[in-house]
Design a protein around this ligand. Structure first.
Ligand SMILES: Nc1ncnc2c1ncn2[C@@H]1O[C@H](COP(=O)(O)OP(=O)(O)OP(=O)(O)O)[C@@H](O)[C@H]1O
Ligand SMILES: [Mg+2]
Length: 303
């Protein structure tokens, strides 16, 4: 099937706007660059690599895409030492042993020890060997070892997996694949070449206000605006870990839970731990800096 038909039949979206609306329906507000990248990933059947600072919505983009396309989300969380047994499949030895014992007792025959019923299916196999639409999230690929990355490359090129005892399993329907990376190490060119790439930056202040409002029902417009403006001020400082959207949401939630309609130096001081997670960072913005940032945020947000 040519790629354009695929995009139509699998995702049902003819335009980027349609996809954006569906993502919005899943409470996700992408910028135009991201929605274009997601649209193209579906249309061209290509994996999409999302990079960006912590908490900018990389993982959530994949979850929301699954929701927006009515697909099942299959997630492979990467970590150091992740291997084929945990990513693709492994044989269920205890079950095989029981089977052998039963065979010795003559209750069953011994010939099917490597049949599908003894296979433990891990995320990659699950994503490839199915008939329903799937979004495969390969999260934090930079944490996996380079050997695993090389293996992944093969899977993502051919969308097939070979199990020596069973043969080659080829995807009847390609999953949409989203890879995310926090750039703790650079990924291989070979992997990048096979994927589309998009860098997710911090959102514009208008978008961040919208995100806070969509994620915290009932939050006041003014609080959302002031929280977003203050976080933006923080991002302008030289911090060890600038706050992501996740922190803005957490913080606005905390302020909302305290019944605040707006921010002042005192409440910011008390709740700073929801937005900054490093002691050095908290100390860097205490005192004069904090008061100045609060003033500036209130002015920006039109308090
Ligand atoms: N564009 C957006 N629209 C709606 N919500 C968003 C958006 N971006 C981020 N969020 C919110 O921010 C939270 C953090 O996003 P997410 O966990 O996807 O970040 P991440 O980039 O994967 O971070 P990390 O690098 O720490 O894994 C999500 O729970 C989501 O609620
Ligand atoms: Mg993530």
């Amino acid at each position: 099937m040519p790629p354009s038909d695929y995009a139509l039949t699998v995702s049902g979206f003819r335009t980027i706007d349609e996809l954006e609306d569906a993502l919005r329906g899943a409470d996700y507000l992408p910028d135009r660059g991201l929605s274009t990248a997601l649209f193209l990933a579906l249309a061209l059947e290509k994996p999409l690599l999302l990079e960006g600072e912590a908490g900018v919505g990389k993982t959530e983009a994949a979850k929301s895409l699954a929701q927006a396309t009515g697909s099942r989300l299959i997630r492979l969380q990467c970590y150091e030492g992740l291997d084929v047994a945990h990513a693709v499949y492994e044989w269920n030895y205890p079950r095989q042993l029981l089977h052998i014992r039963a065979a010795q007792e003559g209750t069953v025959s011994e010939d099917e020890l490597f049949g599908p019923e003894f296979l433990i299916r891990r995320p990659l196999l699950e994503a490839i060997d199915g008939d329903e639409p799937v979004v495969l999230l390969i999260d934090e690929i930079d944490r996996a070892d380079e050997e695993f990355e090389a293996f992944l490359l093969e899977v993502l090129s051919d969308f097939q997996i070979t199990i020596p005892e069973l043969g080659t399993i080829r995807a009847r329907r390609r999953p949409a694949v989203i890879l995310t990376s926090n750039r703790t190490r650079e990924l291989h060119d070979a992997l990048k070449r096979r994927a589309l790439f998009h860098w997710i930056g911090h959102p514009s202040i208008e978008r961040e206000i919208e995100i806070v409002k969509i994620r915290i029902p009932g939050v006041s417009e003014r609080l959302a605006a002031q929280a977003a403006a203050f976080v933006r001020e923080l991002r302008g400082l030289d911090l060890a870990k600038p706050p992501g959207v996740a922190e803005t949401i957490d913080w606005a939630m905390a302020l909302n839970a305290l019944g605040r309609q707006e921010i002042d130096a005192e409440v910011v001081e008390q709740t700073l731990g929801s937005v900054l997670k490093y002691r050095e960072d908290i100390e860097a913005v205490r005192d004069e800096t904090l008061a100045r940032l609060v003033d500036s945020a209130r002015t920006t947000a039109g308090a």
